[in-house]
Design a protein around this ligand. Structure first.
Ligand code: 5GP
Length: 125
């Protein structure tokens, strides 16, 4: 069930619990701005999630409220994970689902990094 991305941040969401170490995750990368871990239900050979450590529901929430350092740190972390996963040469896809039409299910901003195989059309028909 997609979430309403205009609601205030809920610190009981599943990714907030992962960040606090309250539920396990398979860590791929971490720095002061971001945490990356494997998606529990991968949709491609490589399917890694990158989340900012700050409390932001969506991309527009993040872009409106986060500091330049947080934004820079998060964007660099996404690139770091793509490189670490060996995705640069074959290519990959970044995806951020936002709100109802985007099909966002977890109300903590996350970027999906998918790759390791041809990914097909951008939007399923
Ligand atoms: P969304 O639809 O919000 O863009 O994507 C949420 C993603 O989080 C889904 O791909 C889903 O498989 C993943 N996910 C949901 N719960 C968990 C969890 O507890 N652990 C991990 N690692 N991934 C999760």
């Amino acid at each position: 069930m997609p979430i309403d991305a205009t609601q205030p941040y809920d610190d009981q969401n599943i990714f907030a619990k992962i960040l606090r170490g309250e539920i396990p995750s398979t860590k791929v990368y971490e720095d002061q701005w971001a945490y990356a871990f494997e998606d529990i239900n991968p949709q491609a050979e490589v399917h890694t999630l990158v989340i900012p450590k700050g409390h932001y529901v969506s991309w527009d929430d993040f872009s409106a409220k986060a500091s330049d350092a947080e934004i820079g740190g998060f964007v660099r972390a996404v690139g770091e994970v793509a490189r670490a996963k060996g995705l640069v040469e074959p290519g990959y896809r970044l995806l951020a689902n936002i709100g109802q039409h985007g099909g966002q299910e977890v109300p903590h901003l996350h970027v999906h990094i998918c790759g390791g195989q041809p990914l097909g059309p951008m939007i399923a028909r």
